[in-house]
Design a protein around this ligand. Structure first.
Ligand code: KG4
Ligand code: ZN
Length: 349
């Protein structure tokens, strides 16, 4: 559906973790964006160091904002609204983005939308594949989150979530056990493509009948993570070489099996015909293939944004802002705070 040329011009600012992103959209048309990352500064610590991330956001923000504005070919004074990640995320990192967004909203006298980062991972798809159907099921899988969200008419219900580790987190931890560089997710994915996913049978979390009754759409990856880590340790003790590709493939299979099974069951239960997959883990090749194949068998549409829009970025926040305006959601006040554990129930704080 073509968007009117007078659709609102929204700036989105993302700083929830280690990526500083800014983007400008007109409706769901992405005009331009810019991104800086402090990932390399954290790699030697094997995980994101919050203080380093906050300082990197502060230093990168002016250049990232200027880059997004320049590439969009608009002036700041043309903006209709400012959207910013209000949570969930690292407190210090969120605060830098919020401070920048509030300064702009105040100086330009425009409304401010404090958006939910996890929901935005799903809403970004609209920049590529157009507006989502009124009722959509989203699977958001990242280093910090594994959530099934029912998004409907500007509202969001979290129908399932991980009870412990996120899928990406489990990949990163197994990556560490295998001695792979941080973050381990992409490396395990690469190894898995060469291996046999049926080589080893690792546990599927919350898939037994009694678990499904209590937690039909929830996930748990810590039992799987422990089982795989123990298996590797036992093998190392035997002095045998680790069959890296087969372990990676069998571990990935256990994760994607559960993600796909629960997402498809939820799609039937909540009577949706479109599933959108987002978050950094949606780069995972097994998940992409399996969910596309399962959905095709069930006659469902699966939308997965291109990889650059799956990891943290500015366009996702601008898209969430555009979605908020389209659905007439109330803006946040200038007293908006950062919420490191922001609940999933709303697009805008
Ligand atoms: O959404 P994201 O960029 O950051 C968070 O908000 O967490 O997701 C990053 C996560 C990391 O855990 C990373 O290892 C994982 O996504 N990841 C992958 C792949 N690419 C990134 N995991 C498995 N396979 C991949 N191809
Ligand atoms: Zn994210």
């Amino acid at each position: 559906m073509p968007l009117p040329t007078d659709a609102p011009l929204v700036l989105g600012i993302e700083t929830s973790c280690d990526e500083t992103g800014a983007a400008i959209v007109r409706g769901f048309d992405l005009l331009g964006d810019a991104l800086a990352s402090s990932m390399e500064e954290h790699a030697r610590f094997g995980g994101v160091i919050p203080e380093i991330a906050s300082r990197a956001h502060l230093e990168a923000m002016p250049g990232v904002l200027a880059g997004a504005v320049e590439r969009s070919g608009v002036r700041l004074s043309d903006l209709d609204a400012i959207a910013v990640t209000a949570g969930p995320g690292l407190m210090g990192s969120l605060t830098v983005g919020l401070a920048a967004a509030k300064a702009l909203a105040l100086a330009l006298d425009r409304p401010l939308y404090g958006v939910n980062h996890v929901v935005a991972h799903a809403l970004v798809d609209q920049l590529v594949n157009g507006p989502l159907p009124e009722r959509t099921l989203a699977l958001v899988v990242s280093g910090g989150h594994t959530s099934l969200l029912l998004i409907e008419g500007g509202r969001v219900v979290e129908v399932g979530a991980t009870l412990d580790d996120a899928a990406g987190e489990a990949f990163d931890k197994i990556g560490r056990v295998l001695g792979l560089p941080y973050p381990g997710g992409p490396h395990i994915d690469r190894l898995a493509r060469e291996g046999n996913p049926a080589a080893y049978r690792f546990p599927r979390g919350l898939m037994r009948r009694q678990d499904l009754e209590r937690h039909p759409f929830d996930f748990s990856f810590s039992g799987l993570k422990t089982a795989v880590a123990r298996w590797i340790e036992a093998h190392e003790d035997d002095g045998a070489p680790i069959p890296l590709a087969d372990v990676a493939a069998s571990f990935s299979e256990a994760v994607s099996d559960v993600l796909v099974a629960k997402t498809l069951t939820a799609a039937r239960e909540f009577d949706v015909s479109t599933i959108v997959v987002g978050g950094g883990f949606s780069a995972n090749s097994q998940l992409r293939e399996r969910i596309a194949a399962a959905a095709a068998r069930s006659g469902l549409e699966v939308r997965i944004p291109p990889l650059a829009l799956c990891t943290d970025n500015g366009p996702m926040i601008a898209a969430a802002g555009a979605y908020a305006l389209r659905h007439g959601l109330a803006p946040s006040g200038l007293d908006l705070g950062a919420d490191s554990a922001m609940p999933m129930g709303r697009v805008v704080a």
